[in-house]
Design a protein around this ligand. Sequence first.
Ligand code: 13P
Ligand code: SF4
Length: 310
Amino acid sequence: MFGPQAAEMAARVERLKQERDAVLLAHYYVAPEVQAVADYVGDSFALAKLAVSLPNRVLVVAGVEFMGESMKLLNPEKTVLMPDPGADCPMAHMIDKQTVDAARAEYGDDLAVVCYVNSTAEAKSLSDVCVTSSNAVSVVRAMPQHHILFVPDRNLGRYVAQQVPEKHVILNDGCCPFHAAITAQEVERLKREHPEAPVLAHPECTERVLALADCIGSTAEIIEYAATHDALEYIVVTMKGVASELERRCGASRRFLFVQDSECPEMAKISLAKVASCLQDMTGEVRMADGDASERAKASLERMLAYAGR
Ligand code: 13P
Ligand code: SF4
């Protein structure tokens, strides 16, 4: 299905994975041909959880920088490789220490800083617990503190605040530029053209877009919804990368409609050739500084795994 060149490259990746005792972990947003050779494809939470249970010596992360950092923090003894170390999520940087310090000064011990995994290791080190889009609501609900500073994504933070009204959630002014750019008008147009199609949206979308959704969830939850419902068409309001897993799980008789241009350009940087080359030369290794900051970031990730596993 991918042509002779991609097939040859895929065979090379398979061979190199064996030679290096490597496992390839891919996010649903990366190119279909990369997903096709991955040992595991998942949302951010599934990939973080998996990371702590794999026996392989080398973890290759087909995703953006924060994913590689999280894998390394959770597996300091393993070699973690990024096929393109320059692939970075812009939202990961949309939080500063002053915002965290100001909230801590105002609310003291009754404040928890809750950090979406789409964040730098430094942001995680300033936080009490990490979350992903698939566990943010349940983790925030389980926190003993009443005040929650949610960073960096204001859209996911606002969605969580609506689901957990008993908490006082303070929002930070960060967002995913690609999800936030999707307009309610574009979704309404698709709804007019396909009135029977349920709308499945990622919580990084704006409030007006989420108000139009029948299902709000992580990439894995969106895929699961379509795979377990009967509609023939779905309006999918997230990045187009999820299409290959939707088609694999749901079969060719279903149609998935996306808002035009909804692609994460950072995830799109990961090509099969880059996967092969990082395995060949063992390049793109993620290194985290030793010390307190990395320990604190790791503790925030581990607290997420503990809360989400309850
Ligand atoms: P998921 O955790 O839903 O896979 O989302 C990650 C992401 O980057 C969404 O933009
Ligand atoms: Fe970051 Fe948005 Fe890309 Fe997700 S889609 S990795 S939030 S830039």
